[in-house]
Design a protein around this ligand. Structure first.
Ligand SMILES: C[S@@+](CC[C@H](N)C(=O)[O-])C[C@H]1O[C@@H](n2cnc3c(N)ncnc32)[C@H](O)[C@@H]1O
Length: 227
């Protein structure tokens, strides 16, 4: 491992805005579960970014919405380090990072603790549909802590993940709130909050845009439609 990475891992342990359980923490509910309002020292709504990488959405949204709390979750310490450092330098008190596998996410959040979830450029897992972050396996985990009308946002370059998620929404009778096949035309034509939100670009998003890929966006509520 390079010297820089080792230095970052060591710094990460001292960052006040990073929670770093032991590797592959999965045995029992973690002490933070149900306690995030205490960690943020307020009762503002809490939004998660899962697979946050360097946390561009966590940081960007935290700046747009200072009265909402944001938590970026990723397993890669060197990536979280970047976002956590920016948040500390810019005094973003509404930002925390959690270093964990998303597979154990329900060990860290209590019932109704989370208002919204962002999935930003998640791996489409071409060969393992169950591992996709919008598979029912993961959505059921999110539902253990997402508020009743809580929203899941997906931003992706992947046609596979976009169409898979649309099929899941249809099959499970979730509620679609927004479906945009190419965010560029939305950003160019609409002057609203969503357009400001969609302008935030992540590291991977920038790479896909440079390769000429279109970026898709879905927002949905995993609560069932009343029939
Ligand atoms: C393609 S990158 C996207 C990163 C960032 N959202 C962006 O758009 O630049 C996917 C991220 O998800 C993280 N990731 C993938 N599977 C994960 C899992 N099961 N648990 C935690 N993090 C995961 C990876 O470490 C990586 O940082």
């Amino acid at each position: 491992m390079g010297k820089d990475k080792l230095k970052r891992f060591s710094q990460l342990k001292s960052f006040s805005n990073v929670i770093q359980p032991k590797i592959n923490y999965s045995d029992k509910d973690h002490v933070v579960k149900g306690s995030w309002s205490n960690i943020f020292k307020n009762k503002n709504p809490i939004v998660l970014e899962l697979g946050c990488g360097a946390g561009e959405y966590t940081i960007g949204l935290a700046k747009l919405f200072p009265n909402i709390n944001f938590i970026g979750v990723d397993i890669k310490g060197a990536r979280i380090w970047k976002g956590a450092k920016i948040a500390l330098e810019e005094n973003l008190n509404n930002v925390q990072f959690l270093r964990s596998k998303i597979d154990y996410i329900d060990k860290f959040f209590g019932e109704n603790e989370i208002h919204e979830i962002w999935l930003t450029f998640s791996d489409p897992q071409p060969k393992k549909p169950r591992k996709r972050l919008t598979s029912s396996l993961f959505i059921n985990r999110y539902c253990s802590f997402l508020k009743k009308n809580g929203v899941i946002h997906l931003k992706t370059d992947s046609d596979l993940l976009y169409h898979f998620t649309k099929e899941e929404i249809e099959q499970k009778k979730y509620i679609t709130l927004k479906d945009i096949e190419n965010i560029n035309s939305y950003i160019d034509n609409e002057i609203d909050t969503l357009s400001e939100i969609l302008k935030i670009r992540t590291f991977y998003e920038q790479k896909w845009i440079e390769l000429g890929k279109s970026i898709k966006y879905l927002a949905f509520q995993p609560s069932q439609k009343d029939s």
